[in-house]
Design a protein around this ligand. Sequence first.
Ligand code: F6R
Length: 263
Amino acid sequence: MTEQRYEKIGGKMRILYSEDYYNMSRQAANIVSAQIIAKPNSVLGLPTGTSPMGMYKQLIEWYKKGDLSFAKVKTLNLDEYKGFNKNHPNSYFRFMYDNLFKHVNIDLNNVHIPNGLNESIINECEKYNKIIELLGGIDLQILGIGHNGHIGFNEPGESLEKGTHCIKLSQSTKEANKRFFNNIDEMPNYAYTVGIKAILQAKKILMVVNGGDKKHILLDAFFGPITPAIPASILQLHANLVICGDKSSLEMIIDKFPLSVER
Ligand code: F6R
């Protein structure tokens, strides 16, 4: 395991290097599990997607071995497609249920995901912001990163939206996520997402990332300028950010900024 720490502009970032997806997932699961053991009623911010699937699998394994309990854990998912019922096969609720919730002892009353069916966008965003506030914010926010630098569905733009909002999905995001659908026309055009404020206010942030297709965006987001054109770049300001990456996603970073701290 190799680790590198960077400090800049008041932000602190640790990059943890793993040989492959399996080890990256175990490394990330270790951090989540340490959080739950240290604070059993932690509020976890959760992503869907391919990047965290191995991490969820590892957490389930540790739960089944009796090493971990989700009994008091509270979760806030980052996003949900607008117009999808929670039992829709492609809803993010369904993803979370199939990939984590149904396998562990989490209380479904403690699980929060935007309601894609709410007729009123304003009402849904206000409701979700209120839930975040009532839970006292997020202890550990887990994130993936889109090829265009999105976090949650905070897509590149002129400015970053602070609160929960409903966003038109970019073509790049639709292309990337169409693999979960029979065809791209089945994909919704809009999604709810937690805004940048809740993400940045999380006490800790853990990003999981794998694959050579993410190597350019990782370099740009964390070693380039902070800009709404690359929403993840704002994370450079966070005081407790850990990036768990595999060899191929970290390739360009390692090339330019050699990882040096052996553990
Ligand atoms: C999903 C989410 C997105 C994904 C990102 C990467 O809830 O918030 O920001 O994390 O699109 O997706 P994968 O991991 O599938 O490459």
